[in-house]
Design a protein around this ligand. Structure first.
Ligand code: TPP
Ligand code: MG
Length: 575
């Protein structure tokens, strides 16, 4: 490795990020970047090991790419933005990352604080226009830690600390502001010092694990509600085995990821209400909102165990789901530890056998009803459930050929009809719901795993929030053959349905022209994709969808070219 002595602090930042294991810096540059650009060229010339800088022409896309990349790899990436304005465009992405406990190092320049007399000082009027009393305020609530680079000697210390805190449980984004004068200064040679800060990983006490295991083993009607997956392939398999051994039903209420195969006999769908009504012990696996309080009557005597990185979700001001016992820790190790503790418990074989029969019968019925409902959506226009069913079948046909797939969802393909059996088979938008996340997160995922089939499924509204021109440009430029499915109902259906739901006897339900929800005239989205030379089709009849999906997969895999299907979806009314 070459020397970093004499380089700009801007370039030294990149060198240190690489030492911390950062593969990519998703960047959107500006007048604060000259020392970074100069320094990067110099660092390349010296043969230094650097993360790959990716030019992302919108900040929300940059943050969301880092988000999707982390979800596939478990490795935090960096995002570098332009002063306060770039940071403001990224704020929604930061809120999403915080909500999803996704670590990343966010950075943005700070406009020069000096008005002259120093290298890097203000020049053109923008230097005055972008100054703020408190730039960090734009993202402070979404980050776990923030600071400003005061002097170049601090680069290692601050980045090491930022990285370790971002990756400490519960994980999340951190922010560092970078004043231009400091970026312009020369680096001390110390950038290659070893990294000495280790992220903190809390774990439950053996007593708490034993108590949880005793509660679950002794329960007549235990239920698991899971929202954010099992955390690893090993925990996904182990949790599946645990459900089988103990005959415990698991509900995926509003899942961000699935934690056992959707066709597991103990997997009971997405509505926990009928299971919770009879529950005596509930295990909540990292669920921010494990049920809908007004729709679920949990028995007074039922006891609730909350497991996850932050079982009380301390950054949420109001959240009072019961937590009679808490098991703090990352999902995978904590689930594995709980399963090991269960192995020490007595199994009542008769109780388990009768529960197994009951749960299987109800779950089978529910699955059959869900498939029948989806089959009925095969019209023109079709339903989201039909698209989901067809996509699930197409993915299973690919799995036979050894291809893994991930479906990203943002008002996209509903999980029940899709039915994945893979860890990371499905990734849904964060609960913060900052739309425009799905398409760039899918790009980040494809960047992390080039051979995986990546489907970005989303509503037409969500697609437009995603800066689609930016995303298609990146897919072409980076050679990412993602398959985008727009589930196009020419409206913000979720907003209309929410009006109908809150006012079941109101005007919106009866009106053909619901204000503030129409997206007509609908643009021809195939042309947006075509501008970046994607393969694209419009599908209006459900009967044509299976063939269209096959063509899409064929083009994406053989030509490694991005694909977009614009799919006509029927408007639904709220239940
Ligand atoms: C940044 C942002 N702005 C606004 C919203 C409010 N919102 C929630 S759902 C939704 C409509 C989504 O429309 P679409 O993606 O077309 O899905 P559909 O419900 O029509 O299937 C909107 C605007 C949001 N969640 N995020
Ligand atoms: Mg829509």
């Amino acid at each position: 490795m070459g020397s970093t002595a004499g380089m700009t602090a801007g370039a030294a930042l990149f060198v240190r990020l690489k030492a911390l294991g950062v593969d990519y810096v998703f960047a959107n540059s500006g007048t604060d970047f000259p020392p970074i650009i100069e320094g990067l060229i110099e660092a390349r010339r010296r043969g230094l090991d650097l993360p790959i800088p990716v030019t992302v022409p919108h900040e929300h896309a940059a943050v969301s790419m880092a988000h999707g990349y982390y979800q596939m790899t478990g490795r935090a990436q960096a995002v570098m933005l332009h002063t306060n304005v770039g940071l403001a465009n990224a704020a929604t992405g930061a809120i999403n990352a915080a909500c999803d406990q996704v670590p990343m190092i966010l950075m943005s320049g700070r406009t020069p604080v000096t008005e002259g007399g120093r290298f890097g000082a203000r020049t053109v009027p923008i230097g005055w226009g972008q100054e703020m009393f408190d730039q960090t305020a734009l993202v402070r609530e979404a980050v776990k830690w923030e600071y400003e680079l005061k002097v170049p000697e601090q680069i290692c210390d601050l980045l090491d600390r930022a990285h370790a805190i971002a990756n400490s449980t519960p994980k999340g984004p951190v922010y560092l502001s970078l004043p231009r004068e400091v970026l312009c200064e020369q680096t001390p040679a110390r950038v290659s010092a070893p990294v000495r800060l280790t992220p903190v990983q809390p774990a439950p006490t053996p007593d708490a694990l034993e108590q949880a295991a005793r509660m679950l083993a002794g329960a007549r009607n235990p239920v698991i509600v899971s929202q954010r997956g099992a955390g690893s392939e090993a925990a996904f398999r182990a949790l599946s085995g645990f459900l089988t051994n103990w005959a415990v039903p698991l509900c995926h209420y509003w899942p961000n990821q699935v934690s056992v195969p959707m066709d597991h006999p103990m997997q009971v769908g997405t509505d926990p209400a009928p299971w919770l009504e009879q529950a005596d012990v509930v295990l909540v696996i990292n669920a921010l909102a494990p049920w809908w309080p007004d729709r679920v009557s949990l028995p007074e005597t039922a006891r609730v165990i909350q497991l996850g990185p932050d079982p009380l979700h301390s950054r949420t001001p109001v959240r009072n789901f019961p937590a009679d016992l808490t098991l703090p820790g990352e999902i995978a190790p904590t689930v594995l530890a709980l399963i090991a503790a269960m192995d020490q418990q007595h199994r009542d074989a008769d109780l388990i056998a009768s529960r197994r029969a009951r749960v299987m019968q109800r779950a089978d019925k529910m699955r059959a009803a869900s498939t029948a409902r989806a089959e009925q959506g095969n019209g023109a226009p079709m339903t989201k459930e039909w698209v989901s069913l067809c996509l699930g079948r197409a993915i299973r046909a690919q799995a036979i050929k050894g291809r893994t797939a991930t479906v990203f969802h943002e008002l996209g393909c509903p999980i029940e009809a899709l039915g994945t059996d893979q860890h990371l088979g499905y990734v849904q938008e964060p609960y913060s719901g900052g739309l425009g996340w799905g398409l760039p997160a899918a790009l980040g995922a494809q960047l992390a795993d080039p051979d995986r089939l990546i489907f970005a499924t989303m509503g037409d509204g969500s697609y437009m929030f995603a800066n689609p021109t930016v995303c298609h440009m990146l897919a072409e430029g980076l050679g990412l053959p993602i398959i985008t499915l727009i589930l196009n109902n020419e409206e913000w259906g979720a907003v209309r349905k929410s009006a109908e739901g809150l006012y079941p006897h109101g005007q919106a339900r009866l009106s053909n022209d619901v204000p503030l929800t129409s997206l007509r005239p609908s643009p021809d989205f195939t042309l947006t994709a075509l501008a970046s030379r994607a393969y694209s089709e419009t599908v209006t009849d459900g009967a044509d969808l299976p063939d269209a999906l096959e063509r899409a997969i064929d083009v994406a895999t053989r030509q490694r070219r991005q694909v977009l299907l614009n799919i006509a979806i029927a408007r639904e009314t709220a239940p």
